[in-house]
Design a protein around this ligand. Structure first.
Ligand SMILES: CC(C)(COP(=O)(O)OP(=O)(O)OC[C@H]1O[C@@H](n2cnc3c(N)ncnc32)[C@H](O)[C@@H]1OP(=O)(O)O)[C@@H](O)C(=O)NCCC(=O)NCCS
Length: 189
């Protein structure tokens, strides 16, 4: 596996009119809105609702570059039609020794139901396989989060496990059952 910190500039990562790029200050409003979105808070763990744009901007300036430099996580803003960011895609828990990572994605409500999620998920997985030479990408979802399971299956993820009560959302910290899916390079479609 290649280390994130060893990569030079990330090449353009686009699929039709969907593009992912490293986050920057102009994505702060999107991050602010995303961390307050009810569905994001229900179905994603450890989402901190930023109190204002400055907090989101500070987080963008600090956390993604730091985790990238430490080879721990690759964060991307999701852009549609060259407009402002409409969501976020990330590879986290990068394990260079095992060649694995975990993927997740969220979109603002206005970008949902447009097939943007599948394109963004495919792009971030392609980055993981082609740029980092990962051997496997994992995805965990709340069992009652059907959209992300449908999107994952659409690009090749295979469900391999079910873990009762393993997932705690960020809205009211309720426990959900979790499903676990994996993707190998040759399965990405
Ligand atoms: C996950 C997410 C990015 C998917 O975005 P999306 O592209 O808008 O996905 P959709 O809502 O269109 O759903 C995708 C598919 O699931 C299907 N679907 C939606 N709800 C469903 C349900 N309850 N049962 C079965 N299928 C369902 C849709 O019909 C669609 O399939 P299609 O494209 O063949 O019509 C978006 O829902 C989101 O941001 N959620 C909050 C954050 C989140 O849960 N992230 C994942 C954490 S693991």
């Amino acid at each position: 596996m290649r280390l994130l910190s060893s990569l030079g500039a990330v090449p353009r990562l686009a699929d039709g009119d969907v593009l992912i790029r490293r986050p920057c200050d102009e994505d702060a409003d999107t991050l602010l809105a995303g961390t307050h979105d009810p569905l994001v808070r229900e179905f994603m763990q450890a989402v901190f609702p930023h109190p204002d744009r400055e907090s989101a901007a500070r987080w963008i300036a600090d956390v993604p570059p730091r985790l990238w430099a430490r080879d721990q996580a690759a964060h991307f803003a999701v852009v549609l039609d060259g407009g402002p960011a409409v969501g976020w895609a990330e590879l986290v828990d990068l394990r260079p020794d095992q060649g694995t990572a975990e993927v997740s994605v969220w979109l603002l409500p206005e970008a949902r139901s447009l097939r943007v999620a599948a394109a963004a998920l495919r792009l971030v997985c392609r980055f993981g396989f082609e740029q980092l030479e990962l051997r496997r990408i994992d995805a965990y979802a709340a069992a009652d989060n059907m959209p992300v399971q449908v999107v994952g299956a659409f690009i090749g993820f295979r469900r391999v496990g079910h873990r009762p009560g393993a997932f705690r959302g960020s809205r009211n910290y309720a426990l959900h059952d979790a499903v676990y899916a994996t993707l190998f390079p040759e399965e990405l479609c």
